[in-house]
Design a protein around this ligand. Structure first.
Ligand code: FES
Length: 80
């Protein structure tokens, strides 16, 4: 099964059960947030550092490395 999410206006396909970070990385995205002028993506990958946070379906501060991607999720960048 596949799952499709939207990020930066693009539809991105991943595999069912992948995290949002997994879907983004699988699509070649390496960063999806900026902080203090630097691009951020996955750092720890285990839910500790919060470098990977995104807004998902309007909910802020979702850790992309912990949240399973669901069909139709709308993922937005956060900058702070
Ligand atoms: S990469 Fe560290 S919390 Fe997600």
């Amino acid at each position: 099964m596949s799952v499709r999410i939207r990020f930066d206006g693009d539809e991105i396909a991943g595999r069912d059960g992948q995290t949002i970070a997994g879907v983004l990385l699988g699509a070649g995205r390496r960063s999806w947030r900026s902080a203090a002028g630097a691009e951020r993506g996955v750092f720890c990958g285990i839910g500790v550092c919060q470098d990977c946070v995104v807004t998902v379906n309007g909910i802020e501060n979702v850790r992309a490395c912990q949240r399973t991607a669901h069909e139709g999720d709308i993922v937005e960048r956060e900058a702070r």
